[in-house]
Ligand binder design. Structure first.
Ligand code: NAD
Length: 255
C-alpha cells in the first residue's frame, strides 16, 4: 500500500520511453500499477523504462504504436488487453513540438503536430473509453502545455500549431469529462518548461528569460509532472474531473 495506491490497475502511458512519459511510468508503477509503456520508434528506450520499473520492484510491458494512426493504436490496445486486460488508467503524453528556426510553418508540419498531439489523444481516449464505460470506472490524464493556455511570446509563429493542439486537448478533455462522467474522470496537466529531449535545443538565452520570469526560478523536472498525474489517477482525486492543472513554477497562472 502506497500513499496513492494503484495496485491491481492497468495503466497505459503513451510516449513512455523517455522524458515526462518515463517519469510517469515509473511513478505509476511505484504506486502499484502494471504499466504499458507505449513508444513510437525507440524500442530500446522503452525497454530501459521497463528495466527501471523492474529495478524499482514494479511490472509492465512495452508496446509500439504511432498514436497518430488509429490502426496502430487499436493494435496496441488489443495487445495490452490480451496480456493484462483492459486499460484502467490512461495517460496521453505522446507529443511533438517544432523548434525549427525558419519562420514559415509548412502545412505538413501543422498536420503532423495536430495529428500526433490531438488525433493521437483522441484515438487513445476513444479506444480506452469503451472498456472503462462498460466497467463504470476509468481515469484519464491528458498532458497539455502552458502553450495551450497562453500563447508563447518567445517564438509564436513556430509554436502556433503546438499551442493550438494543446488548447484543443484541454477542450477535448473537458468535453469527455462531461460526456463520460461519472464512470470516467478526465483531467489535464499543463506543464511549463520541463528539462527533456523536447526542450534540449532551446537556446541558453531563451531558457534564461523563461527562468527569470518564473516565480520558482527554475525549470521543471519530469517528476514534477509525474507526481500530480499519479494523484489525479488515484482515488484521492475522486471528486476532480474536467480540470486543467498548471505545473509551471508559477510562470502561468489560471484565474
Ligand atoms: P519528449 O520528446 O522527451 O517525449 C515525447 C514522447 O512522445 C517520446 O517518448 C516520443 O517518442 C513520443 N512520441 C512522439 N510522437 C509519438 C507518436 N506519434 N506516437 C507515440 N509516441 C510518440 O518530450 P517530453 O517533454 O517528455 O514531452 C511529453 C509531453 O509533455 C508532450 O505531450 C509535450 O508536448 C508535453 N510538454 C512538454 C513540455 C516540456 O517543456 N518538456 C512542456 C509542456 C508540455
Amino acid at each position: 500500500m502506497t500513499d496513492r495506491d494503484l495496485s491491481g490497475r492497468v495503466a497505459l502511458v503513451t510516449g513512455g520511453s523517455r522524458g515526462i512519459g518515463r517519469a510517469i511510468c515509473r511513478r505509476l508503477a511505484r504506486a502499484g500499477a502494471w504499466v504499458a509503456i507505449n513508444y513510437s520508434s525507440s524500442e530500446e528506450a522503452a525497454a530501459e523504462t521497463l528495466a527501471q520499473i523492474r529495478a524499482d520492484g514494479g511490472g509492465g510491458g512495452i508496446y509500439g504504436a504511432d498514436v497518430s494512426s488509429l490502426e496502430e493504436t487499436d493494435a496496441m490496445f488489443l495487445g495490452i488487453e490480451a496480456d493484462r486486460g483492459p486499460v484502467d488508467l490512461l495517460v496521453t503524453n505522446a507529443g511533438i513540438a517544432s523548434f525549427r528556426d525558419d519562420v514559415d510553418m509548412p502545412v505538413e508540419l501543422w498536420r503532423r503536430i495536430l495529428s500526433v498531439n490531438l488525433d493521437g489523444t483522441f484515438h487513445c481516449v476513444w479506444r480506452a473509453r469503451e472498456a472503462m464505460l462498460a466497467r463504470g470506472d476509468g481515469r484519464i490524464v491528458c498532458i497539455s502545455s502552458i502553450n495551450g493556455l497562453a500563447p508563447s511570446t518567445l517564438r509564436p509563429d513556430r509554436l502556433i500549431a503546438y499551442g493550438t493542439s494543446k488548447s484543443a486537448v484541454i477542450g477535448f478533455a473537458r468535453n469527455c469529462a462531461t460526456a463520460f462522467g461519472p464512470a470516467i474522470r478526465v483531467n489535464c496537466v499543463a506543464p511549463g518548461l520541463i528539462d527533456t529531449d523536447m526542450t534540449k535545443d532551446m537556446s541558453d538565452e531563451m531558457r534564461r528569460r523563461i527562468v527569470e520570469s518564473t516565480p520558482a526560478r527554475r525549470t521543471g523536472t519530469p517528476d514534477d509532472i509525474a507526481e500530480l498525474t499519479c494523484f489525479l489517477l488515484s482515488d484521492a482525486a475522486g471528486f476532480i474531473t474536467g480540470q486543467t492543472y498548471v505545473v509551471s513554477g508559477g510562470l502561468v497562472t489560471l484565474p
